[in-house]
Design a protein around this ligand. Structure first.
Ligand code: PMP
Length: 360
């Protein structure tokens, strides 16, 4: 099979030129005589790779020197514990907004370390909308306000940045980072598992305002302490060197595409194409409040669930892969991250139209 359109939610499709470059450099990076995987993380070559990746990421995302950028491990899920451990400080509680499965996982973990105030929840709607900020019961004394800008499973995405007032805003941007321009200065901390818009799984990128460092509880494991990562250039121990390198290649690719401004325009167009088709075709449905539909993860159902298997089989045969929805919600889900070409969305829409015509 030639390369497929991979609609997986993560690990997700990577830009083909990135994979080609990694292949070309696999045995001998830049005449170093070795693969990046084999390099000392303390050596000049890898330090250069790491610094270039961080600088490119800062440039792409518009991150000022007020923020530290950390390359950590353990995926975004490990951050669910790192955040309360590092940020609760001497405050008794933190505010969380519950908009879906990933919010709930963050909440469950935070409860192990302190009091959690669910300032708002859209559970009653089946997580199909986002409560207006005017009804949020936030606490002006909270250590931080955590939310999930894009719920990868539900396909629910904020179209606004909450106003935390003096309370630092903490955002799980795993499935939306770098998908469009963002005003980073509104956040205390942003984190993102890499396996959607950045690179290989396992790596997690943390952007944290420097004044929030140094508040970790004394029992915080060294490997979860943001201050230690910041002080050591994310190299207190051996970092995930190859993943870091690959993320760097993705950042270079993104810059060559025109950065997040250009990606935002392409992503808006890709999402609109798919939603417009779903909305005009009676055979398909998407339950999310239109205002909060995700640009990156688009769940959809067929008029008859009994046809799901056949739909997926036909999609596979055309190289449209991993469209099966998350087990908790069923149906289908098309994840259309930065690296999923617009032609992939066109091919999907064409297949969906043909399938509905034949089987609808
Ligand atoms: N948060 C969100 C929004 C996610 O989509 C995911 C993974 N799909 C995670 C957290 C967990 O990431 P990881 O598997 O890297 O721990």
């Amino acid at each position: 099979m030639s390369r497929a359109y991979n609609f997986c939610a993560g690990p997700a499709i990577l830009p083909e030129p990135v994979l080609q470059q990694a292949r070309d450099e696999m045995l001998n990076w830049n005449n170093s005589g070795m693969s990046v995987m084999e390099m000392s993380h303390r050596g000049e070559d890898f330090i250069r790779i790491a610094e270039t990746a961080e600088n490119d990421f800062r440039e792409l995302a518009g991150i000022s020197d007020d923020y530290a950028v950390l390359f950590m491990q353990g995926g975004a899920s490990s951050q669910f514990s790192c955040i309360p451990l590092n940020l609760l400080g001497d405050k008794p509680s933190a505010d969380y907004i519950n908009t879906g499965i990933w919010s709930e996982k963050a909440i469950a973990e935070a409860k192990r370390y302190g009091d959690v105030n669910i300032a708002a929840s859209s559970r009653d709607s089946g997580f199909t909308t986002i409560p207006d900020q005017s009804v949020w019961q936030t606490d002006a004394n909270a250590a931080y306000l955590h939310y999930t800008p894009n719920e990868t499973i539900g396909g629910l995405e904020y179209d606004f940045i909450p106003d935390g007032g003096n309370v630092p805003l903490v955002a799980d941007m795993s499935s939306t980072i770098l998908s469009r321009p963002l005003d980073v200065s509104k956040f205390g901390m942003i984190y993102a598992g890499a396996q959607k818009n950045i690179g290989p799984s396992g790596l997690v990128v943390v952007v944290i305002r420097k004044d929030l460092l140094g508040k970790a509880r004394k029992e915080t494991p060294t490997m979860m302490n943001y201050q230690i990562f910041a002080d050591n250039g994310s190299m207190y121990n051996t970092p995930a060197t190859f993943s870091w390198y690959l993320a760097g290649l993705v950042f270079k690719w993104l810059k060559a595409q025109g950065g997040v401004q250009a990606m935002g325009e392409i992503n808006a167009r890709k999402a609109k194409k798919l939603y417009d088709f779903i909305d005009t075709n009676d055979f398909y449905g998407n339950p999310i409040d239109h205002r909060f539909r995700s640009w990156m993860n688009i769940p959809f159902t067929l008029a008859d669930d009994a046809l799901n298997g056949e739909f997926l089989k036909g999609a596979d045969a055309r190289g449209l892969l991993n469209l099966k929805g998350h087990r908790s919600v069923g149906g289908m889900r098309a994840s259309i991250y930065n690296a999923l070409p617009e032609a992939g969305v066109d091919a999907l829409v064409q297949y969906m139209a043909e399938f509905a015509k034949e089987r609808g």
